[in-house]
Design a protein around this ligand. Sequence first.
Ligand SMILES: Cc1ncc(COP(=O)(O)O)c(C=O)c1O
Length: 406
Amino acid sequence: MERYHWAREDYLSARVKSASLQLRHHLDVRAGQIAAGGSRVYDFSDETNMGAEQEPVKQAVIDMVKKGLPVGELRGLSSFRQVIAEKEKEEKGLDLDPDKNIMVTSGGSMQSMYFAMQATIDPGDEVIFGYPGLTVDEIAKLAGGKPVYVPIRHETGYRYDLEALERAITPKTKMIYFNSPNNPTGRVFPRDEVQQIADIAIDHDLLVLSDEVHETNVWDGRKHVSIATLPGMQDRTIVCNSITKCYHMFRWRVGWMLANEHLIDQVDKLMMWSAQFPPPLMQAGAEALLRGIRGELKDWYRETQADLQLRRDTLWGWLSSMPGFVPFKPEGTFLSFSDTSSLDRSSVKLAEYLLEEAHVLVAPGISYLGEGHLRISFDRPRDEINEGMERAKAALEEYPGPARGA
Ligand SMILES: Cc1ncc(COP(=O)(O)O)c(C=O)c1O
């Protein structure tokens, strides 16, 4: 029998060939090598996992192991879906039936976005993405869809260019991906701007995929407005979320999708034929955290979030005096985004330089369709922010410019 060779291009699907990995991957690998060589790397590309360190989370997992794992439920454990519904009602006023409107995932919000697009996008359908932004346009490509890009510009304080958005809409447009609080810019879109996006979605009869993973990471008294809560929007919005960013449990990979019951019925097939059901053990920990922050972990959560804002302030102090940086003050998320194009248009070169010279790992803007920028996370302990930024500043004062390595 003839065997296919895996390297044969014609054996690969057009979908998989059309998509790529995140561009910053090689930097993460190099940071690992530097750390393995015994040097400390100051990592400002990632998040902490403080949620998973809480006792009720650990206890819930231990209890489930001792009792034995329950039968897996296709849409996730009903007790976990119940707490998600309560949380959404309490925080946003959304009415959700835990049995009809919620699908838990075992791959964070990334998997819920994957499911959302697999369930709604046909080959040739267009999906609109703001840029800079998270490169989930790759998920649209994997569904056979065509990403269409609309600018949100630093010069306008990262507002959507609404005229460009209107112009981008064609008869093939099916969905707008909307992310607030926003990665990488740190912008929290205020109610009037969220309403403008909702109006466009309604006028053109579009779906909205609302990525709300940073929903409670909002600073200076701001409030996150879920586009699903605006009049006429809940039915056409798919909310994707996880315990990664606001609940500080990135590595647990638990996420969920909120949508109308007809869509969730269809997503059942995607869950069944990809994972069968999300693992109960991880949900036990996630549920303990979400319940806990409404009870015994309330004070811990309030203090953690308040401290995150103080870390923002610490980083902001450094960014404001960093040579060549034009930073945007984060309104939400734990991410800062700075225009560094006066130092080097190539964000990868600048990030590589910081890693090699200062052992400081940051994310190049190009990974977020924002060339000429660097993204720096402040979800790090304050002493690490201070030490790392001091090293970055010293290195940048010596930066020889774009000619280096050219
Ligand atoms: C805005 C945003 N959405 C979604 C994700 C995916 O995260 P997860 O799959 O852990 O929920 C990320 C991760 O970087 C993100 O920044």
